[in-house]
Design a protein around this ligand. Structure first.
Ligand SMILES: [Zn+2]
Length: 289
């Protein structure tokens, strides 16, 4: 397991250097993370604490190519009350600010900040508080999130309300720096957003094209939250539409395994990078780096 002072892990993918930028860890209920999967099975893969929670990472990814410095996903951030810190065991001993500093990148150098969806644990570090004002953390970045998610976050219905914190988006929106994207959009040359839904109204996976190397990477977001969730039926109880999740997971796991795409895993505390390969009727992991 990574220690607080270990150097961030990087993988070269054609033109892109991909680096895992940790924003710490938190814990969620193991049963909720595993849906209908029996506890006898998931407890061996992700051992729970006495309160039944399992440890989850907040692995953002920095994609660098020349002057492009693209931050994929926005962490949990530092603006949480004591009750939330305790309830979710949020530990930012290692955090986004320090992780970027360790690779020599400043907030003002980030050119793009891309989110897969707008749940509170995915864009919490997009903004900083200065006095009483929330400001975009990355003053020169083009911020992007699925348009469906922007609407869901700003106008959540009762079922979705607890998953969103609108102020993180509002500050970026007020600064005129936020753009909504749609399924299949090219967000910048070589990076596409695929809006899938299922887990949330408009959760996306982010695909990075390595260029001449013909290599591809996929940021799985909450579609495949950890390397343990790589079998299509392993759907979180958090997912809004389990049948839809099953279908999009089946399709994209097949694509990724057929193309030997490099997988980037947001919530896996031990394995940020791994390929998914076919293993009979199931999938297996192929470690990277
Ligand atoms: Zn989510």
């Amino acid at each position: 397991m990574a220690t607080h002072d270990a150097a961030p892990q990087s993988v070269q993918l054609g033109d892109w250097k991909l680096t895992c930028i940790s924003d710490g860890t938190f814990r969620l209920d193991g049963g909720a993370m595993w849906g209908v999967v029996p506890a006898a099975l998931w407890r061996s893969m992700t051992p729970p604490a006495a309160d039944n929670t399992i440890q989850l990472a907040l692995n953002c990814f920095l994609a660098e190519r020349g002057s492009d410095k693209v931050l994929i996903e926005g962490g949990v951030g530092d603006r949480w009350e004591a009750k939330h810190l305790a309830m979710y065991h949020i530990d930012r001993g290692r955090n986004l600010e320090a992780s970027l500093a360790m690779v020599g990148v400043t907030a003002s150098e980030i050119t793009h900040a891309i989110a897969s969806h707008c749940h509170w644990d995915h864009i919490g570090a997009w903004v900083v508080k200065e006095g009483d004002t929330l400001l975009p953390r990355f003053p020169n970045a083009a911020y992007m999130a699925p348009q469906i998610e922007i609407e869901a976050a700003l106008h959540p219905d009762p079922v979705r309300k607890a998953s969103y914190r609108a102020e993180d988006l509002q500050a970026v929106l007020d600064a005129g720096m936020l753009t909504g994207y749609h399924d299949g959009d090219e967000l910048l040359p070589g990076i596409h957003g695929h809006v899938l839904g299922g887990h949330s109204s408009g959760v996306a996976v982010i695909r990075v094209d390595g260029g001449p190397s013909d290599q591809q990477a996929i940021f799985w977001a909450d579609v495949v939250p950890t390397t343990h969730h790589i079998q299509p039926p392993y759907i979180m109880a958090y997912d809004l539409n389990a049948e839809w999740s099953y279908n999009v997971r089946s399709e994209w796991l097949r694509r990724a395994s057929e193309g030997a795409w490099l997988g980037l895993f947001y919530h896996d505390p031990e394995v940020p990078f791994a390929r998914i390969v076919p293993d009979g009727r199931r999938y297996a992991l192929q470690p990277v780096g």
